[in-house]
Design a protein around this ligand. Structure first.
Ligand SMILES: [Zn+2]
Length: 133
């Protein structure tokens, strides 16, 4: 397996014993491998090395991949989260909560825990309940 090296541009300048290599008279520090570390999707040995990369390349990276010039908006239809009200004297009340409109759709605790129980499913269930009650 080929060694994967830390992409930190200053990694070799952090003079730790695990970066030290070479024989007497020919010693040097070198960039770490990232086999045993995993920062920044396994490209860096530490958050410091990740920060060094950002300090050197961040500005150009943002320009390259697309700078945001206008704020991005999150509209009410995407502002739903699963939420609950803890009730000390009774059962916890679970619901979908819209963080913009404060609209709520009640959930059972099973539905709350079920990652496949989406807002769409909750709305369908709600529609069916409205029709049948
Ligand atoms: Zn590093």
């Amino acid at each position: 397996m080929m060694n994967k090296y830390c992409q930190g541009p200053k990694c070799h300048t952090y003079m730790t014993t695990d970066r030290k290599r070479g024989m007497k008279g020919d010693k040097y520090f070198q960039t770490r491998t990232v086999n045993n570390y995993s920062y920044g999707d396994n490209h860096f040995c530490t958050v410091i090395c990740q920060g060094d990369w950002w300090a050197k390349h961040g500005e150009r990276a943002v320009d390259h991949f697309g700078r945001i010039h206008e704020p991005i908006r999150l509209a009410p239809e995407n502002a739903w989260v699963k939420d609950y009200d803890y009730n000390r004297d009774g059962p916890t009340q679970h619901h979908f909560l819209n963080k913009l409109t404060n609209e709520r759709i009640p959930l059972t605790s099973e539905q709350y825990r079920d990652n496949d129980y989406t807002l769409e499913r909750a709305r369908q269930t709600e529609r069916i309940e409205r029709i049948t009650t």
